[in-house]
Write a protein that binds this ligand. Structure first.
Ligand code: G6P
Length: 656
């Protein structure tokens, strides 16, 4: 028998945060370190097979995926027994224009949007890539690390290449195995893909099409997400459910080392090693509307305005009022296990790392459990001592960030409990964690993260409450904390009402070349996040600093041209922050203050003030961050930047 196969077994729950160890863990760990990635590792794939014209569906899917990468785009369809490929450097719009000029048809196709790491984006380097015969085309996310050795061997055999990409090497390799095989059908194509992928070192999510097999799309994954969408008489294959959720909410998240044959009426999953495939059908919780802009001009603005709701979603059903505590069953830890935790490591990247820093303050303050926050990219290669009572949290919106995933795997490899705080249901980190908490923030499309940050901080506040109530936090203190948390969404709504005023403040400062963001205690990570938000979408240089540390260096930047944003709510350290503000004023620095409602004194000291409602010290980051999101947004819009797709960035960074 060649292999066991399962075809679409009965619907089940998403496998998120199961406690069972992943049986593929060992294989992951044997993957070599990815160095010098050559081609498009953080891209989007959409493929379709059915009865409808494929091109509009693929282009629409690519548009929904564009936030994952937007250097170039392309597609191949099969029509009248022939492969047709169109690809072009630039945004999906450029591809759509090309297709209008040179139309193609067919009701089966594969497509791709690219985020290049090495090598300039160009028409030639865009996907799909064809094999030597021109009968097979392939789209690929990931990095074929040994592509050069494979390419050299193929060149010796007479292959010539039209691009610099590793993906074209993979296409030729599949084509070579197919040509050498006896079977010229779907089985032959699957076997050729299996043989080629077994030679590959690195990561991939692929979709392949062959003019010999007009009834099938072949897909495979190792390290790059891939999901099968199940429709009526049609199927999809995509790197992201958001590309296909408008057409179906029934999906199968493929596992690493899965190989799939997707046909119009069914699909078949095999294992690369010919072992038993596990297939579980999941229901996507959100509909396509959740990933639409609606009446908002940008996703980022929509997502900023969603925060009263997303914070509520992050809290919903997670309070245990009888015990004045939090209920987080997904952690898969007993009260005794939670009480035994004597250290927490949080690992993350980007904005999620800033949320982790706020979490450190929250957990140490509320629960008195020592915390450390590590950049995932550092943690994965460091060898920090972790003992049996240390708990690791991987914090991630996408659940696919390569460094965060590797950090999680490293902790698990050492036998430690590794939990996830994750937004995307069914993502790799969600599925590989020993347990965790979903954010329930809905799809975040704007590349600059906003609602995921506040949802992460909310979940970390719940964890702090839970751990605190298992330690010294009294029932009264627990209840008060819950009450304050529950008041946050309304308070954010009040802040959002200052939208127009913040737009005017943005207009005053948009031409500054440098900005300082300064805060203390739990508002120091807010300063970091405010600076990151501004620089990533406006391209203005900005630095976040602890307000008092500023005098050890950044104060040299202060003059009338460099504004400082002070996050100075009336917390325990307010007077100290005000002294730092005076230091900036004394050097003619302009000041934008984020202050507590009713603080009239600050208006005499700051050039501009944005007020936030009062809350307890530990929860101020949930409020003070909101004006900074809006400030960055309006400055970027007024400078004419592409707010949702800032240059050089991508939403989901699946390369280290
Ligand atoms: C990218 C995104 C950021 C995000 C970071 C971490 O850099 O542009 O917005 O904060 O990745 O992503 P994650 O999905 O792990 O939270």
């Amino acid at each position: 028998m060649r292999q066991k196969v399962v075809i679409g077994i009965s619907p089940g729950k998403p496998t998120f945060f199961c406690s069972a160890p992943c049986f593929l863990q060992l294989k992951f760990l044997l993957l070599p370190v990815i160095k010098n990635p050559y081609d498009s590792p953080m891209c989007g794939i959409v493929a379709y097979i059915g009865k409808r014209p494929a091109v509009p569906l693929l282009v629409e899917g690519l548009r929904r995926l564009e936030y994952r990468g937007y250097d170039s785009a392309g597609l191949s369809t099969l029509g009248n027994g022939r492969l047709h490929t169109r690809k072009r450097v630039g945004r999906v719009d450029a591809l759509a224009t090309l297709i209008r000029e040179q139309p193609i048809d067919g009701s089966i196709g594969i497509s791709h949007t690219r985020w290049a790491t090495h090598g300039a984006p160009s028409d030639a380097n865009s996907h799909p890539h064809a094999d030597a015969s021109g009968k097979i085309t392939v789209v690929h996310n990931g990095v074929i690390e040994n592509y050069q050795a494979l390419k050299d061997a193929l060149v010796k055999e007479g292959h010539s290449f039209a691009s610099d990409t590793d993906t074209e090497v993979l296409a030729h390799l599949i084509g070579k195995h197919y040509a050498e095989g006896k079977l010229k059908d779907e089985r032959g194509l699957l076997d050729a893909a299996r043989a080629a992928l077994r030679q590959v070192v690195g990561t991939y999510g692929i979709a392949a099409l062959s003019s010999d097999c007009p009834g099938v799309i072949v897909g495979a994954r190792r390290g790059s997400p891939l999901v099968v969408g199940i429709g009526q008489g049609e199927h999809f294959l995509s790197s992201d459910v958001n590309a296909i959720v408008a057409h179906t909410r029934d999906v199968v998240y493929l596992n690493d080392y899965d190989l799939v044959a997707v046909r119009a009426d069914d699909f078949r999953v095999e294992r690369l090693d010919e072992g038993e495939a596990r297939v579980e059908i999941s229901k996507v919780a959100h509909d396509a509307g959740a990933a639409e802009k609606g009446d908002f001009p940008h996703y980022m603005l929509k997502e900023i305005f969603e925060q009263p709701q997303t914070i509520q979603n992050a809290m919903r059903g997670r309070f245990n009022r009888n015990e004045s505590s939090a209920a987080l069953g997904g952690l898969n830890l007993t009260s005794t296990e939670l009480r035994n935790v004597d250290r927490i490591i949080m690992t993350a990247c980007g904005t999620s790392w800033h949320a982790a820093l706020v979490g450190e303050y929250l957990i140490e303050e509320i629960a008195r459990v020592p915390c450390e926050v590590e950049y995932a990219s550092e943690f994965r290669y460091r060898n920090p001592p972790i003992d049996k009572n240390t708990l690791l949290f991987a914090i991630t919106q996408s659940g696919e960030t390569a460094d965060t995933l590797a950090a999680l795997r490293e902790a698990k490899r050492k036998g430690h409990k590794a939990l996830g705080i994750c937004n995307v249901v069914g993502s790799t980190i969600a599925r590989e964690s020993d347990g965790g908490v979903y954010l329930h923030a809905g799809p975040e499309v704007g590349v600059a993260s906003t609602k995921a940050f506040t949802a992460q901080v909310t979940v970390l506040a719940l964890i702090a409450l839970l751990l605190g109530r298992l330690r010294h936090l009294s029932a009264m203190q627990g209840s008060r904390f819950i009450q304050e948390l529950e008041s946050i969404p309304d308070k954010i709504t009040r802040i959002l009402k200052q939208h127009d005023a913040i737009r005017e403040i943005a207009a005053k400062y948009k031409d500054a070349r440098d900005f300082l963001f300064l805060g203390r205690q739990c508002n120091y990570p807010v300063a970091l996040e405010g600076a990151l938000k501004l620089k990533e979408i406006s391209y203005i240089h900005a630095e976040g600093y602890p307000a008092a540390e500023m005098k050890h260096g950044p104060i040299a930047l202060v003059d009338e041209k460099t504004p400082s944003v002070f996050i100075c709510p009336q917390d325990a350290i307010y007077e100290k922050t005000m002294s730092n503000l005076e230091e900036v004023r004394a050097r003619k620095g302009r000041v934008i203050a984020i202050a507590t409602e009713g603080d009239t004194a600050i208006s005499r000291k700051a050039d501009d003030v944005i007020h936030v409602p009062k809350t307890i010290d530990a929860l101020y980051p949930l409020l003070t961050n909101i004006p900074l999101q809006l400030l960055a947004y309006h400055i970027a819009v007024q400078l004419g930047r592409d707010v949702d797709k800032p240059r050089n960035l991508a939403k989901s960074v699946t390369v280290e």
